[in-house]
Design a protein around this ligand. Structure first.
Ligand code: DGT
Ligand code: CA
Ligand code: CA
Ligand code: ZN
Length: 575
């Protein structure tokens, strides 16, 4: 069993204990254990009891549980809990705004086991009749059910990437001579993906038989000579197509999409006397193949530059490619700094130095440590005194000269009225301030817009963090006038963040592009909560690429001194 599978069971135990109303410390121990195991670099199934207990945070009981899961595929304790509660009950817990207490009540008082039961109970008026629930709770549950339905079947980009990469490795081992490639929305870097699309060029037909034998297969949906389709664990559907070498580029082009981009390109082909499909580009009059082996040749034959996959969304890319005016897109390696991260001082898992060294090893030249402010009591947020003491420690690590520069910052909460969570003199004494909204999402659009505009006008704010509050597949952005926010940020010299957390990717690519077009500055930050978080920068970079950004458009591609000088606090406000 891999670490992910072990962690999943530990997390389920924690969820079920929570529904049961067990001791919070016990619940937290399982949840922490799950985090530690899923981030552990080595196979924990291979460790003996001593090896497990050497991992910080894993005690005697947890080690025994992990050994049992690794050896038998499950834990008796987990099976007992599942026997007590139907496992479908966990679907209820994952609804937005439905906590373990509610789930326990729903199950005990109404016998609700599934999402369908829950929906029916809402419609019958049984929820509002429950003590402590009411019409408001009923409306909340119905909204959560609706959102879940809308998002069902889609996956975060990072999850799709991991599932696709594992499948590609499996296929490469079985067809070493073949070229295996991911196409579809994953190749375009979309923030969520519906399914995994794979192409295999130069593979034997028997690869299809190997594909449907993939160990994680839950169901085979189709098994053909050139196309097969499987459902794998985690709810992913994966399509594999076998392609002849002379059609590789054409198939890549076609199956990368987007559909709208393909239709526009095909129309252009027709206008030039060609036919374009997944097999190649052909002349209409004599059916002669003009291109097909390489994507570049197809675009070239159509008189346009090769279009990076992230831009293939029918947002002006074909016109720009025809005018040889496509941007040279930013790469992850262009990032020199990371301006949003947390440490053990609030809700992070690693201390200042550990974060700095991990950032350095990830190729970064500078970071800002931005722990939470006091309003986030759950995260143990900092008041002025602790914020300044923390800043002193950050500067002390910076002074050690460990090969990376550190800025002492804060992620200051924007309160419901738009005021900041810490006193002005404290914010002024820090090197950098990221301001973000973390609660009170239920405001009206105008109130929310005014709230964020007021924060942007605050002279000590340098960066607006996760500007729209969206949680992919969970919660939509709060209602806010993004254009007004972007324009104010430009006027005030506040940079807007592209947050790289895979479940945020906030700003959304279209808004990031708008921000750039309106002249606002952008940063790409990881919002890391542990030393493993810097890898997320690649997802934020994907958003930047989808937003047509070049390296020069993103402040944290600049060298340290230049970056620091470009911060709002070191500039005069523009008029
Ligand atoms: P997804 O899976 O919803 O995240 O999005 P895609 O873009 O991966 O969509 P998918 O998997 O249905 O199809 C992969 C690509 O195949 C799509 O981006 C473009 C191409 N494609 C699929 N159906 C059509 C079609 O009817 N016409 C054209 N021109 N292209 C299509
Ligand atoms: Ca797809
Ligand atoms: Ca597909
Ligand atoms: Zn935040």
């Amino acid at each position: 069993m891999d670490n992910g599978a072990i962690a999943r069971i530990l997390r389920e135990i924690a969820d079920l204990l929570e529904i049961k109303g067990e001791n919070p410390f016990k619940i937290r121990a399982y949840r922490n254990g799950a985090d530690i195991i899923s981030n552990h670099p080595h196979e924990s199934a291979l460790l003996d009891d001593t090896g497990l207990r050497e991992i910080p945070g894993i005690g005697k009981d947890l080690a025994a549980r992990i050994r049992e899961i690794a050896q038998t595929g499950d834990a008796a304790f987990h099976r007992e809990l599942i026997a007590e509660f139907p496992p479908t009950i966990l679907d209820l817990l994952h609804l937005q705004g439905v906590g373990p207490k509610t789930v326990a009540t729903l199950y005990r008082d109404l016998g609700i086991r599934t999402l369908e039961d829950l929906e029916q109970a809402c419609r019958d008026g049984r929820i509002r009749a429950l003590k402590g629930m009411g019409a408001k709770k009923e409306a909340l549950i119905l909204k959560a059910l609706d959102e879940r339905r809308r998002f069902a079947g889609r996956h975060l980009l990072s999850h799709a990437y991991e599932a696709s990469a594992a499948l590609q490795t499996f296929l490469r081992e079985r067809a070493p001579g073949a070229v295996i490639e991911a196409v579809g929305s994953l190749r375009r870097g979309c923030d969520t993906c519906g399914d995994l699309d794979l192409l295999a060029t130069g593979a034997p037909a028997s690869l299809m038989d190997r594909f449907v034998e993939y160990p994680l297969v839950e169901r085979v949906l189709g098994h053909g000579d050139t196309k097969s389709c499987i459902l794998i664990q985690g709810g992913f559907q994966a399509d594999l197509r076998l392609v002849a070498p002379e059609s590789r580029g054409a198939a890549m082009q076609y199956f990368t999409g987007s559909k709208a981009h393909n239709i526009a390109l095909r129309d252009r082909a027709i206008g030039l006397g060609f036919k374009l499909n997944e097999y190649g580009l052909f002349r209409i009059d004599d059916d002669r193949r003009v291109a097909g082996e390489r994507e570049e040749d197809i675009y070239d034959a159509l008189g346009v530059d090769w279009v990076p996959p992230e831009l293939r969304e029918m947002r002006g890319e074909i016109e720009a490619a025809a005018a040889h005016a496509l941007p040279r897109l930013i790469d992850r390696a262009d990032l020199r700094g990371d301006l949003h991260m947390h440490t053990t001082e609030t809700d992070g898992k690693d201390d200042i130095r550990t974060m700095a060294l991990a950032a350095r090893d990830a190729g970064l030249e500078y970071i800002a440590i931005t722990d939470h402010s006091q309003s986030l009591a759950m995260a143990n947020g900092l008041d002025e005194r602790r914020a300044l003491a923390h800043a002193a420690r950050i500067r002390a690590v910076d002074a050690e000269g460990i090969g990376i520069r550190l800025l002492a910052g804060i992620e200051c909460d924007i309160k419901p009225d738009g005021s900041l969570d810490l006193a002005d003199d404290c914010l002024a004494a820090l090197d950098i301030v990221v301001a973000s909204v973390h609660s009170g999402f239920n405001q009206e659009r105008q109130a929310m817009t005014d709230r964020v505009l007021r924060a942007i006008e605050h002279p000590h704010v340098d960066i607006l963090g996760h500007p729209t509050g969206r949680m992919l597949l969970k919660r939509q952005a709060y209602p806010i006038d993004v254009e007004a926010v972007i324009d104010a940020a430009r006027r005030q010299g506040v940079a807007v963040e592209i947050n790289s957390q895979p479940h945020r990717l906030d700003l959304h690519d279209v808004h990031a592009r708008l921000a750039h077009d309106r002249g606002a500055s952008l940063v790409i930050s990881s919002d890391s909560h542990s030393r493993h978080g810097f890898g997320y920068l690649r997802w934020g970079t994907a958003v930047g690429r989808r937003a047509w950004l070049q390296a020069g458009d993103v402040l944290n591609t600049r060298p340290f001194d230049e970056f620091r000088a470009s911060l709002r606090r070191h500039r005069r406000p523009r008029s």
